[in-house]
Structure formats: structure tokens, C-alpha cells
Design a protein around this ligand. Structure first.
Ligand SMILES: *[C@@H]1O[C@H](CO)[C@@H](O)[C@H](O)[C@H]1NC(C)=O
Ligand SMILES: CC(=O)N[C@H]1CO[C@H](CO)[C@@H](O)[C@@H]1O
Length: 733
């Protein structure tokens, strides 16, 4: 019972059980790491035969690095928490004062981001269980494509049937494509009807995409197309804005006569001479334009591939933001980034399982997760630069929403300049207001700068996923995506918001350390590259770099390795993964570290030296049939030539040659065999494990015939490189 004066919170927070045991265990690993360091220090080779001393120092440096990096990863496991919202209490107490919610969907390229997918996302968020007069959906189209606009108009017509259908039968999920995919064959009349409408929508969109234009006979019936008259290219056009559904209009109803959410199409102005700041620029234009149309106090932004899988997510988020006691500290509520198309064993490790279920909970325990750029609810004020102050309270009642007056045309004309290229000149936009510019992971910087102003954030990962997107479906997509992420996160470390800077801002040490996990991804590449090649090359020459089995120093090496990988496996299984999935993830980590992160690091160094300027690459969400087939069968996709591949291939071939060399040694060693095994066992194991890890790569190099195999020219090039490395190493030193 809820009595006056007796306050029941809208959410609760639970600490994870068994934290103490975990801390003891982590401490034991730390002891092991220290022993490894002291082994390296105690046994530095005295005479510098065969460069062994320098190699030794290098190994020490790598182990030192791994040890410190491991410490950062422990910060995220120190204090994990779980959140639980109470929606029924929210509805009971606050139904009348629910705030306006503006939903931003960002798309940038109709070729890489298929229009039906984008429209499914839009439809799924329009169908939220939330008062429609308080719900507003904005589609930002950074390509300024007429076809995207046309698709949105068609989708809005379909929404008139779809939304009442969703509410009447309370169906989940509310993205039509995934709803129909989950239906069996026996369907009611209503489902058949609505599915037919959906198929028509889809085919209309696809026909226009195929034609490359809106069919002539339809053109005249679509409002607002005249705006495209002055359109030159996607990098050169006026602001294009159209209120597709005007939520104020009493005639804008669905087929049951209920109100519809406002729906707005926006393509901000683009000119070649102005830098557009990618998604951050688009979001800031949306923030300004929406403030003049709906001015919702809460902003949800999603990427265009990320549909809503649960219709009451808004209410979940509001529990955290509207809680009378703690809600006023919370700047944003972040939901995990999950994907609907990961296969069982996650061949590209793209479900980000441990990050989502372990590390972000740990961040939450220290004051809040980072902002991921999608699936996140913000307070508008905070996103627009409001600093936290003690005693801050949001007045949920006092705000007007939909505060525009005049006809649609007048409003559109009035807000156009807010999305113009020159608007931000000499303003705080991109600096203190809106999403912050100057970093390829604009979301990371923005979240951090909000936290630095004293705000908290909340991480909530519900059982039934709130948002589902599309994960990369080929190796190159994965590697490119991670190059961007690691590069951006390293930029954060070097920026003025850097988690390494003390003395300003108000975030805890723990949170800074967790941020560093990601910021240091790129730097990890060096130690990994070293560790996965040098010990093998020394194995080739029969020179030991690790303690022998019979030595007591062997124990810390064995313990740390087992404990670390054991924990990693257990974490992976506990968060719902499979053993093979874990194994696949180890491979992806190796590849990411030796290629994506290395390139990111080099790029950053070049940038610091003023020699390069990196660009935002959109990961394509379209894949052809064959690639899709291989993805579903969990066969690794190579297929293209890329320097990222050259490097992993070369390393894997060096590894292979070393393995052959080692086998030769074993065969030739005769009576020295036991001795050889005893002194070299860790290097042999390392070599063997890397061979197993690389197995799918060898298949792609030598055995496969399909189009997804490694291109022959790249294979030859890498083979020559690997041979040169091994030969020069054998002779020169
Ligand atoms: C998405 O929603 C559907 C329907 O509610 C549910 O069955 C499914 O498990 C959800 N997907 C995930 C990955 O949680
Ligand atoms: C875009 C894409 O790759 N979609 C695929 C995601 O995964 C599902 C099932 O695994 C496929 O059916 C989709 O084609």
C-alpha cells in the first residue's frame, strides 16, 4: 500500500553478490602478476647473446603493460550493480505529468542503411505505449535523400493502421518486419490484412530504390517535394524539413480515430565548405529544430538500425529520471546495445556480451555508464549544456510541449535556419552545448563531459531487450568498426575531457579507470603484437624466454594465465554465451588488437604530428545473399583486400612457419627432446594455441574456394612477407 508520507522509490539498486570473493581472487592474480614482473627483473640475461637481453626487456615491458591494463579491467568488476525500475508505481503517481519525449532516429546513407530497415525503426518507436500527444519522432537524414523522405511518408500512412493494431492486440515487438518474422503460419484475419499492407509498403519503397527515384505517378500526391528543387548533392543542399504528421492537427489520426505521434523529416543544410561533424552535427540540428516544434523534455536517440523491441521502454527510463529522491541527479539512462542478428557462437564476437553485462554494470556502480550514442534517454536541458547544481529539481508540470503556433508551413519556414550550416558559428554548440565535436566517438566525449559536470547516469539492461540493432556480419566490418571506436576512445584520453586528468570535474577514480579500458584499447596493440610474434620467433631458434616447467617461477605464469582466461570464460558463459563463442571472441580480440587497434594508434600518432585527418566510416548494413549465408553458417568472411587483413595474415603465417620450424626441431632433437620441451614449454604452448586460434584464417588462405576466402594476391603478399621476417630473423641476429 502506498501511503502519504511513506515514499516508495521508483527504482532500486542491488549490489552483486559474491563481490568479496571476487576481490580476494583478483588479489591473488595481482600477486601472480607481481611475481611475473619480479621474475623478469631477476633474470635479465647477463650477456647480450643474440639480442636476448633486449627481447627480455621488451617482454618485461609487455607484461608490465598487460598487468596495468588488467588493473583497469578490474575497476569495472569491483562494484557491479543491477537496477530495477517499478513501472506500476510510476504510472500510478505520475501518469498525468509524463513529459514530452522526442525521439531522434539518425540515418546517413540510403545505400548502406536500407530504407525498409530505417522505416521499421521509425514505426517501432512511433508505436511506444506512451500518450501519443506527448510523443514526437524525428528522422534525421544526412544524405538528404528524396527517397528516404518518400519512404517516411509511406511509412506514416502505414502507421495509421499499424499503431492501432499494435495497441489493440498488444503485440511485441513493434517493428513490423521482426513481428511478422516471429509469427507462425496460422494467423488471424487482422494479421493477414496488416501483413499485406506492410508488404505493399515494403515493395513501394523497394521499387523506388530500384528506380532511383519516386515513381512519376505518385510524385504529385506527395507534399513538400518542391524543396528538393535546389538540391545539388548530399553534400550541397538547403535545409529540407517536413512535418509529415502534425500531432496538433485533430485530423491527424489513425484509422481508429486516435491521435498519432508527431513525425518530422529533417535533412540539415549541407555545403561543401562547411564541415558537418557527422552524427553529432545531425543531433545538434535536431535538438534545435525539435525545441521549436515539440520541445520534449526527454530525448531518446537511436541509430536507424535499432528498433524498439519492447513497447514500454520509455516508462522504464522515466522511473530513473522521475524518481523523487534520486532522479534529479540522473542526466541520462543508457540501455545496452544489443543485436538481433548475432549467430549462436558469435563468430565476430559482436554481441559485446562482457562489455554489456559486466563492464557497464561496473561503470554504473561508480556513477554511471558511458553514453553509447544509441538507445539512450537524455534530459534535454542537460544535453543542451545545463550543469548540475545541488538542489536541482525538474519541474515536470511546468513545461509546455508542442509549443509552436501557426500553420505547418510557417513553422517549417521559421525553424529552417536552426539547421543551417552557419548557425553554430560563434556559439557554444559542439563545445558546451549539444553533442561535443572533434572526436570520432562523439557519444563517448559527450557522456563524459556531462558526467564531469556533476551528473550521474544509469545503466539499465532489461531481460527482454529494449533495442535491437544489426551487428557487423563480416570480419572487415568488425575490424573497421573497432578501428574507429578505439581511435575515438584514445582521442578522448588525449582530449580536454580526458579521464586521466584530475583536478577538474567530479567523476570517481573507479569510473576514470573504466573509461581507460576503452581509451587504452589502441595502445594494447603494441604489447599484443610483440607477445604474439617474438616468443615464437625465438622458439624457431630454440631460445627460451620463459621459466622451465620444473622452476617455481613457472607457477605464477601458469596461475595468471589460467585464472585470467578462466574468469573470462566463466564471465562469458554466465552472461549467456557458449564455449565456442568465447573461443571465437578470443580470436577476434587478437585480430582487433593486432590490426584495428594498431592502425588506430598509428592514425592518432599521425594526427598528432599533423599528418592525417581521419574520417567517419559508416558500417554497411546491407550484405548480399551469399555473404549472409556464410554468416549464418558461422564461416569467417574475408573476401576483400585490406591492409587490416595483410597484417593479421602475415602474423598468422609467421606463426605457422614457426610452428613448422619447431616441429622440425622436435623431430631432429633426438635425445635432447625432453630438455627442449622442458625449457620451451610455454613458447610451444603459445605457438600451438595461436595455431588453433588462427585455424579459420588458414582455411580462408589455403582451403576454401568460395568468394569469402582470402584474396589470392593478399595471400601471396603476406606469405612473402612472413617468409622474409622468419628468414631475416634466423640469419641476421
Ligand atoms: C524481443 O521481443 C520479443 C517479443 O517480446 C521477445 O520474444 C524476444 O525475446 C526479444 N528479443 C530479445 C533478444 O530479447
Ligand atoms: C542485415 C542482416 O544481416 N540481417 C540478418 C541478421 O540475421 C538474421 C538471422 O540470423 C538474418 O535473417 C538477417 O538477414
Amino acid at each position: 500500500m502506498e501511503n502519504e508520507g511513506y515514499y516508495l522509490a521508483l527504482f532500486d539498486t542491488k549490489e552483486e553478490k559474491g563481490r568479496i570473493w571476487y576481490r580476494v581472487f583478483a588479489f591473488s592474480i595481482l600477486v601472480g602478476i607481481c611475481l611475473i614482473w619480479s621474475y623478469r627483473l631477476n633474470f635479465i640475461p647477463q650477456h647480450d647473446g643474440e639480442g636476448r637481453r633486449w627481447v627480455w626487456v621488451g617482454l618485461f615491458a609487455a607484461e608490465l603493460w598487460f598487468g596495468f591494463y588488467w588493473l583497469f579491467t578490474q575497476a569495472s568488476r569491483w562494484n557491479p550493480i543491477h537496477r530495477r525500475p517499478f513501472k506500476h508505481r510510476l504510472s500510478k503517481r505520475h501518469e498525468a505529468e509524463f513529459p514530452g519525449v522526442d525521439i531522434f532516429v539518425c540515418t546517413a546513407d540510403p545505400e548502406k542503411e536500407p530504407l525498409p530497415m530505417v522505416m521499421n525503426t521509425v514505426l517501432s518507436v512511433m508505436a511506444y505505449d506512451y500518450p501519443p500527444e506527448k510523443l514526437n519522432v524525428y528522422l534525421s537524414d544526412d544524405a538528404g535523400s528524396e527517397l528516404t523522405y518518400y519512404a517516411l511518408v509511406e511509412a506514416s500512412k502505414f502507421a495509421r493502421h499499424w499503431i492501432p493494431f499494435c495497441k489493440k492486440f498488444n503485440i511485441q515487438p513493434r517493428s513490423p518486419a521482426s513481428y511478422f518474422a516471429s509469427q507462425s503460419n496460422h494467423q488471424s484475419k487482422e494479421v493477414v490484412f496488416i501483413q499485406k499492407l506492410y508488404k505493399e509498403l515494403e515493395s513501394r519503397i523497394n521499387v523506388s530504390v530500384k528506380l532511383g527515384q519516386i515513381p512519376k505517378e505518385i510524385r504529385s500526391s506527395i507534399k513538400g517535394l518542391s524543396q528538393w528543387k535546389s538540391y545539388v548533392s548530399r553534400r550541397d543542399h538547403d535545409t529540407l524539413i517536413q512535418i509529415v504528421v502534425d500531432g496538433r492537427d485533430p485530423k491527424a489520426t489513425d484509422v481508429e480515430g486516435d491521435m498519432l505521434p508527431t513525425l518530422v523529416y529533417l535533412a540539415r543544410e549541407k555545403r561543401p565548405q562547411y564541415f558537418h561533424n557527422f552524427k553529432a552535427g545531425a543531433m545538434n540540428a535536431l535538438l534545435r529544430v525539435s525545441s521549436q516544434i515539440s520541445n520534449g523534455q526527454i530525448i531518446l536517440n537511436v541509430d536507424c538500425d535499432m528498433y524498439s523491441n519492447t513497447s514500454d521502454t520509455i516508462k522504464d527510463a522515466l522511473c530513473f529520471l522521475m524518481d523523487e529522491e534520486k532522479g534529479h541527479e540522473v542526466a541520462f539512462v543508457q540501455f545496452p546495445q544489443k543485436f538481433h542478428n548475432v549467430t549462436k557462437n558469435e563468430i565476430y564476437g559482436s554481441s559485446l556480451r562482457v562489455m554489456n553485462e559486466v563492464e557497464f554494470r561496473g561503470m554504473d556502480g561508480f556513477g554511471g555508464p558511458r553514453y553509447l550514442g544509441t538507445g539512450c534517454f537524455h534530459r534535454r536541458e542537460v544535453l543542451c549544456g545545463k550543469k548540475y547544481s545541488n538542489g536541482y529539481k525538474n519541474d515536470w508540470n511546468g513545461k509546455k510541449y508542442r509549443n509552436y503556433e501557426g500553420s505547418i508551413d510557417e513553422v517549417e519556414e521559421k525553424v529552417k535556419h536552426l539547421a543551417s550550416c552557419s548557425y553554430e558559428k560563434n556559439t557554444q554548440w559542439g563545445k558546451e552545448m549539444g553533442l561535443r565535436y572533434g572526436c570520432v566517438v562523439e557519444d563517448g566525449v559527450t557522456g563524459l563531459s556531462i558526467q564531469r559536470q556533476g551528473w550521474k547516469s544509469i545503466y539499465y539492461s532489461p531481460k527482454r531487450e529494449a533495442f535491437l540493432g544489426v551487428a557487423p556480419t563480416s570480419l572487415i566490418q568488425t575490424l573497421v568498426q573497432h578501428k574507429r571506436w578505439s581511435e575515438g576512445d584514445l582521442e578522448i584520453l588525449l582530449s580536454r575531457y580526458s579521464p586521466a586528468r584530475f583536478g577538474q570535474g567530479k567523476i570517481s577514480l573507479g569510473l576514470r579507470m573504466v573509461y581507460c579500458i576503452y581509451s587504452l584499447w589502441a595502445v594494447n596493440s603494441l604489447a599484443t603484437l610483440y607477445y604474439s610474434t617474438i616468443p615464437l620467433l625465438y622458439l624457431l631458434r630454440g631460445i627460451p624466454l620463459f621459466p622451465k616447467v620444473s622452476s617455481p617461477w613457472f607457477i605464477p605464469f601458469a596461475y595468471v594465465t589460467f585464472a585470467k582466461y578462466g574468469t573470462s570464460l566463466v564471465e562469458f558463459l554466465l552472461t549467456g554465451g557458449t564455449i565456442l563463442g568465447w573461443w571465437n571472441e578470443q580470436r577476434i580480440w587478437l585480430y582487433k588488437r593486432t590490426s584495428s587497434y594498431l592502425f588506430a594508434l598509428v592514425d592518432i600518432v599521425l594526427k598528432i604530428l599533423g599528418l592525417s585527418n581521419s574520417a567517419f566510416v559508416i558500417t554497411a548494413k546491407v550484405i548480399d545473399e551469399e555473404v549472409s549465408q556464410r554468416y549464418e553458417n558461422e564461416i569467417m568472411e574475408f573476401g576483400v583486400s585490406s591492409p587490416l587483413f595483410t597484417i593479421i595474415t602475415t602474423i598468422s603465417l609467421v606463426n605457422f612457419l614457426c610452428f613448422i620450424g619447431m616441429m622440425k626441431k622436435v623431430v631432429e632433437s633426438g635425445s635432447g627432446l625432453v630438455m627442449f620441451l622442458e625449457t620451451m614449454v610455454l613458447q610451444i604452448l603459445l605457438c600451438g594455441i595461436l595455431i588453433m586460434i588462427n585455424w579459420p584464417l588458414y582455411q580462408g588462405l589455403f582451403f576454401r574456394k568460395d568468394k569469402g576466402k582470402m584474396p589470392t594476391s593478399l595471400t601471396i603478399k603476406s606469405f612473402i612477407l612472413a617468409l622474409l621476417i622468419c628468414i631475416s630473423f634466423s640469419f641476421l641476429l
